[in-house]
Design a protein around this ligand. Structure first.
Ligand code: ME8
Length: 645
């Protein structure tokens, strides 16, 4: 739906009983990506994160650490606060529930709800889980145990204050039904609705000070502190200076919360009811994602399977980490975290697709025009098609971002990268450089403009990389100033200066983080290796035996056919003393007819592989440069089957 000119996004405020791990990093990065997106969409944005510091859980963790709750909360809250800049999180505020403004705001809301008759005092006996800090109804337990902690809850009898949540059940069901996007994606909306089929119980919102003192004192009974969730949820409005604040007026109507499914119930049920009781409009959207899991379990401190964000950032770089989290997880579903998958994406999507595109484009712009591309001449249909697809990409991207399907937004950008790489291959600027300088300028324009668009769309995800790229492209508008509207301004020349030199944006890596030696880049690199690239040293050197193990043979192509379903592949039949079928990526570089009779070098002892249903038994050797792919062959006709040494 159309948003107004403002946007407000929040993360959960994290408990200070444990160090941040990639689960916390994920939600916060998602909220950051969306905030940055909203900024380039031209909206006035406010982005909030913070820490949740009261309650039993924190007291127990502090005791374990031999510290007072306040000193302990200061320390761990500080860990979160100092982590975020390292992940390039652009939050506008960081709230702590121990802030005096927040505490005063909670008391004000409690008074208001109490005055309107929605709070009552009552004796209660119930099953209490200390891990969750809440009472459980029998039917919520699994085999008598807390479903989250797998511990048997303790029976506790005490007098407490209760919030008449049951009063708002019908209103809430109605609100969720009328606003299908209130809780999204849909599976979580359904989960809340199905929970609301049972009668809603009132919520116990106090803890006697005899049991817990680390909390906000109830304004109407100083023998009690506020239940931690009734305290914590209010952060979302206290940070906006509810009720009088200008921020509250401006941003509350467009509030969006980001959480994982573990805290769906407090956010999907308690919070809207609390707001209603306090006379505050409901938030706009609750965006719920799944869990990052490690070896199929939820990450948790007690299981000792925590993945620490900074360890990964140190090894692979921040933007690769941010990209991976957003590309890999489907928002709303669980994902398995694996370092191999991260490395795979880094090498394939970042080093190969994006890195190569940027480096070859800028290299050509500098080589052919010293970075100043002249005005384009008349465009051809292929240029028009590329331009249209690049502009359409902006809309597709915005749709995906508005509906929280980040992996699709990224996939769309990578399809754009693929189209641009293909356009370069087809237009072959290196050929035009020799034959048609005017056409070359037009083509290079159609390379640079989509790159500018891609840099802008990448900024929310990978701010550092995008700004680097915008620098190479000589753009005067960068980062948040390069808005979606500006991106649509194709060829808006005023913003473009001379193109700079691209450094290796994303070096390829091995799992564990070793950068691959330059000579190993092989086919990934489009430009010819220079003399400056040294041979790898030590362990990276190939043994003589390893080379000997390769069975390289001279062969003669006896048949070559088009594989109709493939954009790249031809099927060759090669005589190497016996007939071999070899599927090779030569389409577009060689006409099948021209290959027959040619000599080639075949890797003869390669494991067979099925490509498009054809079994390929071997590979042909070729060299690659800007002009394309060139088959290797002996320099005089040589007997088929001869070994290459
Ligand atoms: O619940 N996968 O704080 P918390 C994905 N203080 N996200 C994860 C995750 C995982 N494995 N683990 C944690 C609290 N998260 C309350 C919130 S809000 C008013 C009060 C993320 O420190 C995810 O966002 O336990 C989840 O909802 C949140 O951390 C829970 O953080």
């Amino acid at each position: 739906e159309p948003l107004s000119g403002a946007y407000y996004g929040t993360t959960p405020i994290y408990y200070v009983n444990a160090e941040p791990h990639i689960g916390h990093a994920y939600t916060t990065i998602v909220a950051d990506v969306v905030s940055r997106y909203q900024r380039i969409a031209g909206r006035d944005t406010f982005f909030l994160t913070g820490t949740d510091e009261h309650g039993d859980k924190i007291v127990r963790a502090a005791e374990k650490a031999g510290m007072s709750p306040k000193a302990y909360a200061d320390k761990v809250s500080g860990l979160f606060r100092s982590l975020w800049p390292k992940l390039n999180i652009s939050n506008d505020d960081f709230i702590r529930t121990t802030d005096s403004d927040h505490m005063a705001c909670v008391q004000r809301i409690l008074d208001k709800v109490n005055d309107s008759g929605d709070i009552y005092f009552s004796e209660y006996t119930g099953l209490y889980c200390f891990g969750c800090e809440r009472f459980y109804a029998e039917r919520e337990l699994e085999n008598g145990k807390c479903p989250d902690h797998q511990t048997v809850p303790e029976e506790i009898r005490e007098s407490n204050y209760f919030f008449r949540m049951s009063r708002y059940q019908d209103w809430l069901i109605d609100h969720i039904r009328k606003n299908p996007e209130f809780i999204r994606p849909e599976r979580f909306r359904n989960e809340v609705l199905s929970f609301l089929k049972e009668p809603l119980e009132d919520l116990c919102i106090s803890r006697p000070k005899s049991r817990l003192t680390w909390g906000i004192t109830l304004p109407f009974d100083e023998n009690y502190v506020t239940y931690v969730w009734f305290d914590a949820l209010i952060n979302y409005v206290s940070a906006l200076d509810y009720p009088e604040g200008e921020r509250f007026r401006r941003f509350w109507p467009v509030a969006q919360h980001f959480i994982a499914k573990d805290i769906l119930k407090p956010h999907g049920i308690y919070w809207p009811c609390m707001l209603k009781a306090a006379g505050i409009e409901p938030f706009q959207h609750l965006n719920v994602h799944g869990w990052w899991q490690v070896s199929s379990g939820k990450m948790s401190k007690s299981l000792g399977n925590v993945v620490r964000p900074l360890d990964l950032v140190d090894i692979y770089g921040l933007d690769a980490f941010r990209y991976f989290l957003l590309r890999e997880m489907v928002f709303g579903l669980d994902s398995e975290f694996s370092e191999e998958a991260l490395v795979g994406r880094l090498n394939a999507d970042l080093a190969n697709d994006l890195g190569n595109l940027v480096s070859r484009s800028l290299t050509m712009a500098r080589k052919y025009f010293k970075g100043e591309i002249p005005d384009p001449a008349e465009s051809h249909p292929e240029d028009e098609a590329l331009r249209k697809s690049a502009l359409d990409l902006i809309d597709t991207y915005a749709d995906c971002m508005d509906s929280m399907v980040f992996h699709k937004a990224l996939r769309a950008i990578w399809e754009g990268i693929g189209r641009l790489n293909k356009y370069i291959d087809t237009m072959a600027p290196w050929v035009l450089a020799k034959s048609d300088p005017e056409r070359l300028a037009t083509v290079m324009h159609h390379v640079v403009e989509p790159l500018r668009i891609i840099s802008g769309l990448l900024w929310p995800f990978m701010p550092e990389t995008a700004e680097k790229l915008q620098g190479y492209l000589g753009l005067s508008d960068r980062g948040r100033d390069l808005t979606l509207d500006r991106l649509k301004d194709w060829g808006g020349k005023a913003t473009t200066g001379p193109l700079g030199k691209a450094v290796d944006l994303f070096p390829r890596v091995e799992p564990g983080g070793e950068k691959k030696p330059a000579a190993d880049k092989g086919g990934q690199k489009k430009s010819a290796p220079t003399r400056a690239e040294k041979a790898p040293a030590g362990d990276d050197l190939l043994s003589f035996q390893a080379f000997q193990d390769m069975d390289l043979r001279v062969g003669t192509v006896i048949r070559a056919e088009d594989l109709v379903d493939s954009k790249k592949l031809l099927r060759l039949t090669v005589d190497i003393g016996e007939e071999r079928t070899v599927v090779a990526g030569l389409k577009g570089h060689y006409e099948p007819g021209d290959l027959v009779g040619r000599q080639v070098i075949v890797v003869a002892n390669l494991k067979p592989a099925k490509l498009l249903g054809v079994e390929s038994r071997g590979m042909v050797l070729a060299a690659e440069d800007e002009a394309g792919i060139h088959l290797l062959a002996p320099d005089v006709q040589t007997a088929v089957g001869s070994k290459v040494r």
